[in-house]
Design a binder for this molecule. Structure first.
Ligand SMILES: Nc1ncnc2c1ncn2[C@@H]1O[C@H](COP(=O)(O)OP(=O)(O)O)[C@@H](O)[C@H]1O
Ligand SMILES: [Mg+2]
Length: 417
């Protein structure tokens, strides 16, 4: 019997479209002999849809037509398993459209990758691929993540963080604190977004204030960091769980402006096919298993694989990747991004991506693991975690409400508290 894999994607996030691309890449490499794909698309307004048209990337060019060809659904646990049911229920025709054995979240960004979807799947009681609620939410939060990593002795850049509401009230105090802690240039970021949205570099006081106002348009929490000058960015992927993990070779993404922008990441500089989803951004694996690359197999136009760094630096980065993954309690595939000061060769952890774009398949292929193998391992890790979880005690079989001869007093309960 094939395993029914519910692939959840989309979500109300600035990275919605990137999730659609990653999902399309993944489904083209899931072994059809082993798995049956049940697509669950989460529209930006939160409505979930299923339907075969969701499996074709090009259907997403016309959302109105696409959604008319799909069914709005609810995903529920009815005590016998997780079902995908039509919602509202049809007067005639099937109500239960499908069942799901294991969920595979392929979402990026807030309201999705940040623990929202992990929470929903935990509530359903279904095994799911990737990080649990805590690892997802800390992984998405640039501020808490830096605090946790720093506390664990992992190098991160100096920074100051604050709530937008605090800044509105005490702008001067916060600006003074920034001035005392950091020197220009600085990088200002929303505390919890992704894809470089809302991020600006500030070279002076006026730019700093402008960048903070800009970041506050996107979020209620802001982080200001010391900018690493003579910057070289290095990313490393990891697969496994907290006890067993394996790292990939490293990549070196390039950028066309002062920071690696949304355009650099997903669209490209526009010199060739920029502006199209298969342009120079994240490598795209199209149906049929072929990876579209520019140049030779090891070097995508906007990234160098492997990164040009010494063996010692590579070892240091791969070890730090394992440390970050472990400290944050991750699972599945993640990518840890580093900022390296080329002059001092000092390496800082910038952030973890707990569900990385393209699931980092291009790094795993370069390391010798096919995308199909990677996905197999991710699903196996999820099933193993569920087996471990089932051994834990989450509740007592005794029902205290049915005890005391049917009389329910508050004393015993009070005593417990
Ligand atoms: N402290 C820093 N110093 C220099 N450049 C930075 C710094 N932080 C971020 N950047 C640049 O901004 C880009 C986006 O920042 P990042 O924290 O990775 O946000 P996102 O989650 O949006 O990817 C990075 O890839 C890098 O190019
Ligand atoms: Mg980043």
């Amino acid at each position: 019997m094939k395993i029914k894999v519910g692939v959840f994607f989309g979500g109300n996030s600035v990275e919605h479209e990137i999730s659609v691309i990653t999902m399309n890449q993944a489904i083209s490499s899931l072994n059809p002999e082993k798995y049956e794909i049940v697509p669950i698309y989460i529209a930006k307004n939160g409505v979930m849809y299923t339907g075969d048209d969701l499996l074709d990337l090009y259907s997403f060019r016309d959302m109105d037509v696409l959604l008319k060809r799909c069914y709005p659904v609810a995903v529920v646990n009815d005590g016998k398993g997780v079902k995908v049911i039509r919602c509202p229920a049809p007067i005639i025709g099937k109500r239960v459209l499908n069942t799901i054995d294991v969920a595979f979240p392929i979402v990026h960004g807030t309201n999705a990758e940040d623990g929202t979807l992990a929470g929903f799947l935990t509530l359903l009681g279904i095994p799911f691929v990737g990080p649990d609620i805590l690892a997802s939410s800390i992984g998405m939060d640039k501020i808490l993540q830096k605090k946790v990593l720093k506390e664990s002795g992992i190098p991160v850049v100096d920074h100051v963080s604050f709530y937008a509401m605090e800044y509105i009230k005490n702008e001067e105090t916060i600006l003074k604190q920034i001035e005392k802690t950091l020197s220009f240039p600085m990088i200002v970021k929303p505390g919890n977004l992704g894809s470089s949205v809302g991020i600006k570099k500030a070279n002076n006081q006026a730019e700093l204030e402008e960048a903070i106002a800009f970041a506050m348009e996107f979020t209620d929490r802001v982080i200001v960091e010391k900018a690493v000058e003579k910057l070289k960015e290095i990313n490393c992927s990891i697969i496994g769980n907290i006890t067993e993990s394996e790292t990939s070779i490293c990549e070196e993404p390039f950028f066309s402006d002062e920071i690696l922008s949304y355009t650099d990441k997903y669209i490209g500089s526009g010199k060739t096919k920029g502006g199209t989803i298969s342009g120079k951004g994240i490598p795209v694996k199209m149906t049929g298993g072929k990876t579209t690359t520019k140049g030779n197999n090891n070097e995508f136009a906007n990234r160098k694989i492997p990164a040009e760094i010494s063996k010692e630096k590579e070892d240091e980065i791969r070890q730090l990747t394992k440390d970050v993954f472990q400290v944050l309690g991750c699972s599945g595939v993640a990518r840890v991004d580093f900022l390296m000061d080329e002059e001092t060769e000092k390496v800082y952890v910038n952030e973890i991506n707990t569900i990385p774009g393209a699931l980092s398949f291009y790094l795993w292929e370069a390391t010798g693991k096919s995308f199909e193998q990677e996905l197999d391992e991710m699903i196996e890790i999820a099933l193993k975690r569920q087996r471990e979880k089932e051994k834990l005690t989450f509740s007592y079989d005794q029902n205290i409400l049915a005890m005391q001869g049917g009389k329910i007093g508050t004393k015993g309960i009070k005593g417990k508290i």
